[in-house]
Ligand binder design. Sequence first.
Ligand SMILES: [Zn+2]
Ligand SMILES: [Zn+2]
Length: 364
Amino acid sequence: MKQMERESSVRNELAVTGLMKALVYLAPGQMKLEDRPKAALIEPSDAVVKMIKTTICGTDLHIMKGDVPSCSPGRILGHEGVGIVESIGSGVSQFKIGDHVLISCITSCGKCDFCRRQMYSHCTTGGWMLGNTIDGTQAEFVRIPYADNSLYHAPVGVDEEALVMLSDIIPTGFEKGVLNGKVKPGGTVAIVGAGPIGQGVVLTAQFFSPAKIIVIDLDDNRLNVALKLGATDVINNRDGQAVAKVMALTGGLGVDTAIEAVGMAASFETCQAIIGVGGVIANIGVHGEKVDLELNRLWDRNISITTGLVDTESTRMLLSIVKSGKIDPSLLVTHHFKLADIVSAYETFGQASKTHALKVIIEA
Ligand SMILES: [Zn+2]
Ligand SMILES: [Zn+2]
């Protein structure tokens, strides 16, 4: 039976057994908190998780703008969160009912060729599914396919809001920014964009003790947060002088690592203008438009450019680090809402320059 038919037959069955509240994407610019059939097991490798806390990602705003064609109207949004295992399929061996779990934004079978290469985001039957091609976490319950590989045991005693940051933004900043960008002791790092992902880079770049962490943005509030999280220098580019200022800070050399954490042509161009000889430009941002590559200036500078969607291969390690108290991702949380008020949470998160929102926590 096709997945969609199977899902809808399960929905029909469940219409009698219970409903749940869920935030549903209806059309570009339109969403609604609706009553939906409670999430249920479909495959033996599934688990159903009762959500405790979830959040809204910049990617959800892209969906709401209609920028993500893979996400069709009617989809429950959300790909981050923590919860409690409510039920498990017969094939799940690593989790039991009642376990506290962190949900990974990436669903992975653990067995296909890409999974064997730790490129879980390219899992041939998984990847970024939650709140995209299957119903997501902004609901009272969520079905998690390949639960053994896509859930993590929540360490005892760790703040749940800190854990929510490990579903997506901290692994994304660390893997696609810090690791891809080869941040090294004594090196210089520039992060273009001080949103949640950029702040995740600020936190995790410090694992490698770079000499400088320079953060560029247009919002003073976000730059102040970056300073609190460990940035050594911040630059407000409202005057368009960021490139000159980075050059001044690096003795005219440019940086060893330039991390693009916005997803716009202008921010990638800034990275190309500030990258030093032998450096790495690590792109994290989601780009909707084409960007010019200035090979005429870069061809002889021994640089590399990296791209990628988070694979979450670092999640286990990041859980240990957060448990040890070395970093506190809960510092990124600025607002709290109940699931009943999630539409206001979207408004607050969507107007970040006015509301100073970074991450909003939504309690199911
Ligand atoms: Zn996300
Ligand atoms: Zn796979």
